[in-house]
Design a protein around this ligand. Structure first.
Ligand SMILES: Cc1cc2nc3c(=O)[nH]c(=O)nc-3n(C[C@H](O)[C@H](O)[C@H](O)COP(=O)(O)OP(=O)(O)OC[C@H]3O[C@@H](n4cnc5c(N)ncnc54)[C@H](O)[C@@H]3O)c2cc1C
Length: 453
């Protein structure tokens, strides 16, 4: 059986639901395929934290349902491994009722005119003459194979990236190496004793509990907490084991509301987010902030940017890689270069131990403002007061070298992403420059060359 649409979207998470909403509202015929069905739609294992700036941007196109915001956040408490230093980083945001958020976005997409195919698993892109012309799927209840034909297919299937990774030999199929992911586990729990200051989310840096990552408490209220951790994928450690060993004993749990795990791409941008007839969004495009693993905002951003370019492709009647390329350009200019800068810093942070972190946080190597801008936005790194940083590092020359090398390479690599090729034909040459620069940097901080997946 084959059905025809303008656009077919694989995955009704944040990215897929929002792009379906935007495109359906613009008058396109959209099929939204989602593996989950019924009440499971909208369920997502997540820390549920979302910065205010993402909500403001979303509000330009869609008025948020106030019920999705469960707790208003005033900032982050960043805690050193020895828990002696606690920095308060101001920055507004929310802890979401993630289930309600997911459901609400899907409802908005359907109300705008998208057709939801729940219980439909996308299995592969449909290919003809070197272009994607739709999506193959299976209806899970009946096992019926289906084809959804469309001018553009959108991979919004999350970190599994079920469409783009099947386009073997296409640049968009770039796989994720274990170095490029974080393995996460979290529980949402009701606790006996109310948490103090639930208006702050807490991030604990501790390379024993969460090697190459962090553990967190994101309060949905003072007694309902989202608690979890992420571990660098290359270490191949099970985050649930560490959760049970180190975090669980600290909590007096009354009952558990939801538990789950997942993996998060935490890396530089993919070399391209488009191919002939296809674009990738959100986690499927590895668009996540590599420092803290937040990707809800980027799922929204990629949906917005790609929807503009797809609408233009319809105006031109051309859905080729060359026309969809503009999405890459918008992405790199808006977020990709900052993602790359943050990725450089992420690699450096992953080489530190608890001693380094205790030292760095207690000396306030970076001010709270600098940390906020780095983590949320990828600040203009050259604005960091290098002289102050240098003075604070007296007695730790190796650590200072590592930090200043990282700041220098973050700038250089960010600039390379800002110079992303306007023309597809220059992609490989540009990418070779990126790889060379990364390898130079990695050698300086004691990591080997970029792994090939
Ligand atoms: C433990 C954890 C904690 C996190 N904490 C935060 C946080 O606090 N803040 C933040 O901003 N981000 C956080 N993230 C990341 C964030 O959840 C993701 O970046 C974001 O949800 C990405 O949205 P998406 O729409 O791209 O993907 P998803 O939300 O994963 O949506 C993908 C959708 O595709 C569907 N799907 C998958 N395969 C198929 C298929 N073959 N066919 C059809 N449908 C399919 C899935 O069922 C799902 O509905 C966290 C992630 C994890 C795992």
């Amino acid at each position: 059986m084959s059905e025809r649409f303008d656009v077919v979207v694989a995955g009704a998470g944040t990215a897929g639901a929002y792009v379906s909403y935007l495109l359906a509202k613009a008058g396109f015929k959209v099929a939204l395929l989602e593996s989950k069905s019924g009440n499971d739609i909208g369920v997502k294992t997540c820390g549920d934290g979302l910065g205010q700036h993402h909500v403001e941007r979303l509000s330009r196109h869609l008025t948020p349902n106030p019920k999705v915001f469960q707790n208003k956040i005033e900032g982050v408490e960043l805690i050193s491994p020895d828990e002696r230093t606690r920095l308060i980083i101001k920055g507004e945001g929310y802890v979401l009722d993630r289930f309600m958020w997911g459901k609400w976005l899907v409802e908005e997409a359907v109300n705008a005119g998208a057709t939801l195919y729940e219980g439909h698993t996308a299995t592969a892109p449909l290919l003809e003459n070197g272009a994607v012309v739709g999506v193959k799927a299976v209806e899970r209840r009946s096992g019926t194979a289906k084809e959804f034909r469309a001018k553009v297919a959108i991979d919004a299937s999350g970190s599994a990236a079920v469409l783009r990774t099947k386009l073997i030999g296409w640049p968009i199929s770039e796989p994720l190496h274990p170095e490029d992911v974080s393995h996460a586990y979290r529980e949402i729990v009701y606790v006996e004793e109310p948490l103090e200051n639930p208006q702050y989310i807490r991030i604990y840096l501790d390379m024993v509990v969460a090697p190459g990552g962090y553990w967190w408490i994101f309060p949905r209220s003072s007694t309902l907490l989202n608690v979890g951790l992420g571990i660098w994928g290359v270490l191949k450690q099970n985050p649930r084991t560490n959760y049970e060993k180190y975090i669980l004993p600290r909590l007096k749990i009354r009952s558990k509301y939801h538990i789950g795990g997942g993996f998060i791409p935490t890396r530089r941008p993919l070399k391209t987010l488009v191919g002939n007839g296809i674009v990738a969004l959100g986690d499927a495009a590895a668009a996540v902030n590599p420092i803290h693993g937040g990707g809800i905002g980027q799922a929204l951003l990629t949906a917005e940017l790609s929807s503009k370019v797809i609408a233009k492709a319809f105006e031109r009647g051309d859905f080729s890689e060359n026309v969809l390329w503009e999405y890459n350009l918008l992405y790199m200019k808006e977020w990709g270069y900052r993602q790359a800068q943050l990725d450089v810093l992420r690699l450096m942070l992953q080489t530190l131990d608890n001693d380094d972190l205790n030292f760095g946080l207690s000396r306030k190597i970076l001010t709270e403002d600098e940390i906020y801008h780095l983590a949320a936005k990828g600040t203009n790194i050259s604005l960091i007061d290098k002289f102050r940083v240098m003075m604070q590092f007296i007695g730790r020359p190796a650590l200072l070298r590592k930090l200043s090398t990282s700041i220098q390479y973050a700038k250089e690599i960010g600039d390379l992403y800002l110079a992303y090729p306007t023309d597809r034909s220059n992609l490989e040459r540009w990418h070779a420059q990126v790889v060379a620069k990364y390898n130079e940097y990695r050698e300086k901080i004691g990591l080997g060359p970029l792994p090939t997946a």
